[in-house]
Design a protein around this ligand. Sequence first.
Ligand code: BGC
Ligand code: NOJ
Length: 817
Amino acid sequence: MKFGYFDDVNKEYVITTPKTPLPWINYLGTQDFFSLISNTAGGYSFYKDAKLLRLTRYRYNNSPMDQNGRYYYIKEGDTVWNPGWQPVQTPLDSYQCRHGLGYTVFESSKNSLNAKLLAFVPVHDNCEINLLTLTNYTDAEKEFDLFSYIEFCLWNAADDSSNFQRNFSTGEVEVAGSTIYHKTEYRERRNHYAVYSVNHPVNGFDTSRDAFIGLYNSPADPQAVRKGFCSGSIAHGWAPVASHHIHLKLRPGDSVSLVFVLGYCENPKDKKFSAPGVINKEPADRLLARYQTTEQVMAAFQELKDYWTTLLSAYTIQTEDVRLNRMVNIWNQYQCMVTFNMSRSASYYESGLGRGMGFRDSCQDLLGFVHLIPERARQRILDIAATQFPDGSAYHQYQPLTKRGNMDVGSGFNDDPLWLIAGTAAYLRETGDFSILEEPCTFDNDADSTAPLMEHLRRSFQYTATHKGPHGLPLIGRADWNDCLNLNCFSEEPGESFQTTGPNDGPVAESVFIAGMFVKYGREYAEICDALRLDDERDAVLKEVAAMEETVMDAGWDGDWFLRAYDAMSNPVGSKLCEEGQIFIEPQGMCVMAGIGTDITEDGSPSTAARALRSVEERLDTRYGIILQTPAYTTYHVELGEISSYPPGYKENAGIFCHNNPWISCAETVLGHGSRAFEVFKKTCPAYLEDQSEIRRTEPYVYCQMMAGRDAPTHGEGKNSWLTGTAAWTFTCISQYILGIQPTLQGLRINPCIPSDWSGYTCRRIYRGVSYDITIDNSAHVESGVASVTVDGQPVTGTLIPFDAGKKTCKVEVVLG
Ligand code: BGC
Ligand code: NOJ
């Protein structure tokens, strides 16, 4: 069942009912000011950091209920309704929500009064704009009341949701004409405030929630709306809100447009504004002056649209498959940008209170957006590296506002360091900008401890090289990519499960997955050394990598697939010998991507890598994707940790973790299996699952973190949409491994691995300032193999297009065969 449809021309998903199986959301904002907005106008806004500078309040544990939001109440006679249906839920005569790139439009009607609400954050200002246009489609004059409503958050969202004894006494507002200023915590911080305004005279306002909503009412039935007027309340403590009341009359056929602006402002640093309750309104006045007319708003909206058009022009394809085109050209890249902006902090499943930027997560996200915003990717890499410890290990997370490592979470996830190599190598392949390696970066944000980025990569590599366990495999530490595989746990006491032994202190758990990473990203590091003419280091690195490859074949191969790990007692995890959790997806994907076991056998039997992938297909594949492991754990195992705490089929306990499905798809292309690679790609790709939205439930235009596995009663149900490494990895998989447009340190390589029934496709790729028009001809109907390449009509040998910065455009014709 569908709840809407894709409008590819406008790059929108059009939702046709407010009652989607879960809130289907969108993100507004491109730089510092962001909002979440659902298909019923729910969500909240923040400046830079969802935890520390939150403008509006959201209710937790709230999906699918979804409140608060930016709400507009229209009261005509006794009928009260909202353009987004929530919170009153009055049945609408028509409803549509269009989620576009950085904007959302609602178009609804009740009793022939039409409301169109456009919401977006302009590229160059710290505010959310709501342009509300009301049109009377009847033959008679209409007279009605409009009430806006938002609820302010007292800035620090974590404190706001817990420290009531203080916060109920701190709220402060000020009202001047149609503008409401939210000044709370001004005393403490003395530098910022929020403003909520409308470009129209108001008949009244409220700023106290109790006054507007009523003591025992709810946003579904505010007392002010019921009465038809606001009471001019000024909040003193408790819950400051902002509501404007505007009485309107519309002649038949007439429209009125109102511009509401919710903005973040800072006081200039000046002593006179440090007195309690005094704000400098000039920044707000300047901001509001820029959005007084519909024309100004539409110009800013056009600028936003142009921003996205330019951004997404870096990679566009035309294939015979419209669902593939829309995912690659629009939604997958859009989601990659959202993961750049949010990391894992703010979604409908990440509260915005806890996790900031993940070290591992942000490094992987880079793979998906580096081609879109290389300059910002550069800064991101430097920010991440600056939190690394001198020994190469890493804080698992850091806070976006302070850019400092999060001490509460700490370090010890032993895959983290290698992801820094992955992200940086992707940047170098995209841009060729080796100067980044010379940039000084601190260790642990300590100005006295600084080294060039290259030294950080070196320490990343060395950290793994020097932290190996009894089998010579890398130590897993607290966990690797799989946060829930906690193999160094010895205590059953809740809260004491991380009793990690020191690296050389007795038996400690090892990870075959990190071994695969070490081989893959070790080789990428060696390529960087090679480019820098560090020949000795390159050779030493390749030697370490080759040794690890051998170790994996000796100690990490279970007979038909790669083992997952050894626990702290040196028992294998992910082996035939285990009762449950016999085979895991992660090492199969990572080891084959790394090229381990891919050598062709002399007798023509399948290679080790091919056997591993066949085992994945036989044991882990389902109609909705590949599950993480099997059999699912049915009881809790202290020696395995959180993984065994989930019910079978959910999350890391045999759920379909969408993030590592593309690893298998990429791995299949390493073996030249284009049809299987694409089959795996399609299984978790949202556009192909749109028809099953009642089962998958999450947004059909973005990836979710996981879908319930076959052991779960709700097999196929999606969870945790938007903020997932799936976005970056699926984009890498489709754009580079399947469609085969691969940036390398030397230039673009074209090496597709596709289903044999495709006849061909085209791709426009803007790469290092050159626009490549690439045509792939597969009249031979093969899965892989390049027969010929011509560049601007000239044949070239091999698959690498020599990079020529002097060209603006370049025409590439590739014939497969
Ligand atoms: C989840 C993981 C997640 C981790 C983040 C765990 O509870 O299952 O998917 O990575 O929390 O801290
Ligand atoms: C989600 C986390 O954000 C990611 O870092 C981790 O790799 C996966 N869960 C798997 O546990």
